[in-house]
Design a protein around this ligand. Structure first.
Ligand code: NAP
Ligand code: MG
Length: 505
């Protein structure tokens, strides 16, 4: 790996021994000086120690963000100047691309190709919002004679942003970029498994010239400081990505101060393969749809519906290709599937596979930890395909968040739509067919925030990302995200030539 000066950086040069909290533009110890270890999931080794923030530290971070907001300098900065700053952040990220990728791979165990794709997109998010804010604005509205009304978009204020471990830097970018673009200030809480690139992003923001207090990063136990951020009267909005159950807790707590809330939660996305599709393309796309990022993806297409006319051919190819997916050292460019995040998560995944078998499912491939010397350390699970499943089983209803797909046969368009929608979730979905009429009928009928037609990917800056139903609400990655970081102020003026005397006195 090389950085911008083409030096090969070792892990010890890239990863600091200790990461204090980043508050008001400087690194500070947590109030009680405590730290916790973060690991490399592919090897189990300790990578670094990270400050364990307390409620007192949250108070400090919120105060820094509040002061930076109230000073007015940041929220009132011109769009052109703010756009230059966002571009500068993107430029520095690009110049440190390899460092960011390497640290992300070390801290998540994901493959280098996955990290490269995600960090490229994280950079593009800052560029996207730099462009978007230059044309964003309010509007004028038709009024009765003598009245004039215009609206102004103003930043919502201090934002608590709480993110998960599956795409650490990309999730940080999905939140930080639009919040900065809108003129908000930020208290960012990364996941405890994967906080390192969030600290790198904070450094980059400051190097780019973002004023102190605008971006603060606080690490620590989510169950302790998470609710405290959510309930904090100094926080105007909470933007959360994570599990549906955590999202419910956040929504309940945020109600006490009527905070603005956006929630990007879990999924159990259907992947529907019709008999008129390009079978090889559908096989490849379906493999990627579930096994990318080791299945630890919110929009993982984990329920595969295959038309009965092509079921045997499709499944033969799907299983054969799954058997060729290479697991192992995430830095090896030939590896397709990296580690899972933790020992406890590996056990959750395995528990779901055992449950599927108890429910009558049949493991068609995988279903266990891979074997071999390279898997003696770290946390691993084989790509796993389960057949003989019905949509009402728990394995077809609950999010596994690992490399596990359930396969079901269908023969009728209406019936497969009914089954696809028979879930509490509504995040992603995919359909494979050459019949464009059918593709768009399905797109219309599916109750989900994202529909992929003959496509294995959906997340591009500009394309709104988010869920229906218990997958949450609010959209990221898009122009409308700016609205979710803004308030609309309506200014009404009377412009008639004579004063109004409504009481007639
Ligand atoms: P999680 O367990 O809900 O944790 C997410 C974040 O919330 C972490 O920073 C966690 O801190 C913190 N947290 C934990 N309890 C909290 C509480 N009571 N109040 C406030 N914050 C709290 O989720 P995860 O396991 O990290 O991530 C996996 C989930 O994310 C999956 O369900 C996946 O589908 C979802 N996801 C959704 C999207 C989307 O766009 N819809 C994208 C990516 C992931 P600690 O780490 O310190 O516990
Ligand atoms: Mg979790």
């Amino acid at each position: 790996m090389v950085n911008e000066t083409n030096q090969v950086l070792t892990k010890d040069e890239l990863v600091k021994e200790a990461y204090p909290l980043f508050i008001n533009g400087e690194y500070i110890e947590s109030a009680n000086g405590a730290y916790f270890d973060v690991h490399n999931p592919a090897t189990g080794e300790v990578l670094a120690k990270v400050a364990k923030g307390t409620k007192e530290d949250v108070d400090k971070a919120v105060e820094a963000a509040r002061t930076a907001f109230e000073s007015g300098k940041w929220p009132r900065m011109t769009a052109a100047k703010r756009a230059r700053l966002l571009i500068k952040i993107a430029e520095i990220m690009r110049s440190r691309f390899n460092d960011l990728v390497r640290v992300e791979v070390l801290n998540t165990g994901k493959t280098v190709a996955a990290a490269q794709g995600q960090i490229t997109q994280a950079i593009e998010d800052f560029e996207f919002y730099a462009g978007t804010i230059q044309t964003a604005g309010g509007q004028t509205n038709p009024m009765p004679n003598g009245f004039f009304n215009y609206t102004v978009k103003e930043p919502v204020g201090v934002c608590g942003q709480i993110i998960p471990w599956n795409y650490p830097l990309m999730m940080a970018a999905w939140k930080v970029a639009p919040a900065l673009a809108a003129g908000c200030t930020i208290v960012l809480k990364p996941a405890s498994y994967t906080p390192l690139t969030a600290y790198m992003l904070a450094d980059i923001c400051h190097e780019a010239g973002v004023p102190e207090g605008v971006v603060n990063v606080i690490t620590g136990s989510g169950s302790e400081i998470g609710p405290y951020i959510t309930e904090h009267p100094g926080v105007d909005k909470v933007a959360f990505t994570g599990e549906t159950e955590t999202g419910k807790d956040i929504m309940a707590r945020a109600s006490q101060t009527l905070k603005r809330v956006t929630l990007e939660l879990g999924g159990k996305s259907p992947n529907i393969v019709f008999d008129d599709c390009d079978i090889d393309g559908a096989v490849d796309g379906s493999l990627f749809g579930i096994f990318y990022n080791t299945g630890q993806s919110c929009e993982a297409r984990s329920r595969l519906f295959v038309h009965e006319n092509i079921y045997d051919e499709f499944m033969e190819k799907f299983i054969e290709k799954a058997s060729r997916l290479k697991l192992g050292d995430p830095f090896n460019k030939e590896v397709h599937v990296g580690a899972v995040i933790s020992d406890s998560h590996e056990k959750v995944i395995d528990g779901y596979v055992k449950l599927a078998v108890e429910e009558g499912g049949e493991v068609l491939y995988g279903g266990k930890r891979p074997e071999g010397p390279e898997f003696e350390k770290g946390h691993w699970y084989m790509p796993t395909i389960i057949g003989n499943v019905t949509n009402d089983m728990r394995i077809a209803q609950e999010e596994v968040f690992g490399p596990v797909v359930v396969v079901m046969k269908f023969n009728d368009e209406k019936d497969v739509i009914r089954q696809a929608n028979d879930t509490i979730f509504g995040l992603g979905s995919a359909v494979w067919t050459k019949d464009y009429g059918r593709a768009h009928r399905i797109a219309s009928a599916i109750r989900a925030g994202i529909v992929m037609i003959n496509s294995p990917i959906s997340a591009f800056p500009g394309a709104p990302f988010g869920g229906y139903k218990q997958s949450g609400f609010g959209r990221e990655l898009s122009v409308e995200t700016l609205d979710l970081y803004s308030e609309t102020k309506s200014v009404v003026s009377y412009v008639g030539s004579r004063p109004l005397n409504i009481f007639g006195l």
